[in-house]
Ligand binder design. Sequence first.
Ligand SMILES: NC(=O)c1ccc[n+]([C@@H]2O[C@H](COP(=O)([O-])OP(=O)(O)OC[C@H]3O[C@@H](n4cnc5c(N)ncnc54)[C@H](O)[C@@H]3O)[C@@H](O)[C@H]2O)c1
Length: 253
Amino acid sequence: MELLANKVALITGASRGIGKAIAEAFVEHGACVLIGDITPEIFVVGDALYQTANGRARAVRLDVTSAEQAQAAVDAAVREFGCLDVLVNNAGIHRPHPFLEFPLAEMELVFRVNFYGSFLCGQAAARQMVKQGNGGCIINMSSASGKKPDEGGSAYNSSKSAIISLTRIEALELGKYQIRANAILPGATDTEMLRDVFTQVPGLKQLLEERTPLGKMAAPRDQANAAVFLASDLASHITGEQLVVSGGEFMET
Ligand SMILES: NC(=O)c1ccc[n+]([C@@H]2O[C@H](COP(=O)([O-])OP(=O)(O)OC[C@H]3O[C@@H](n4cnc5c(N)ncnc54)[C@H](O)[C@@H]3O)[C@@H](O)[C@H]2O)c1
């Protein structure tokens, strides 16, 4: 079943990991996708998607910390596919340091990518959606780490908390335009970002799996399926919410 037929989506940070899985899932569900990333690999992913999706995919170089590049990506989606219905703010970075030694430059970098990037792309996309007058959907990739502390997470966890707050503001202020905004809060998901953390913290992978009721990490596709649902008309009355995808590790008490 195609849940996203006739929808046009912009997905940030789609060179690999969860963003790439979201792009693949979106085209499988009939969407046209413009994918962006700071790395040149985005064009390799874009070419592969273009082939499998019969032309319903394009790639752009996008640094989400730049307002100009965020606007250019939105303009490219409209130029290539006629409109923009869905934004997935997926690009993110993690720079763990102990609180007492946390370098200000690293704090600024993480907030620029994770939080300002979501703000800038959200603003550019929402302005376009308001102009179209057709509603729209913003999906912000937060994290379960936005709701609980992790050692070394002064920047990452705080930026992910801020994204939850931003999502609610977007839902509140954009609802009158029928633009929905929701956050996905992944638990541990098997991507290169997490594999980097596992090399630094021996035993963490086993610990995570043991404390997860479903007994395993998420696959990137698990997060992508949540994004498909939130972007689809099945979620047409859901806004301002947080969808935790963690195999039960972060179930609310
Ligand atoms: N993997 C996990 O366990 C996990 C858990 C919770 C939340 N998340 C979140 O999910 C999202 C994707 O994570 P992932 O595990 O796939 O990470 P990843 O590192 O594999 O992918 C992140 C992508 O973002 C891109 N990126 C970084 N800076 C950018 C910038 N300035 N502009 C554009 N693109 C940029 C990277 O090049 C990369 O392709 C992130 O926001 C992350 O915080 C991941």
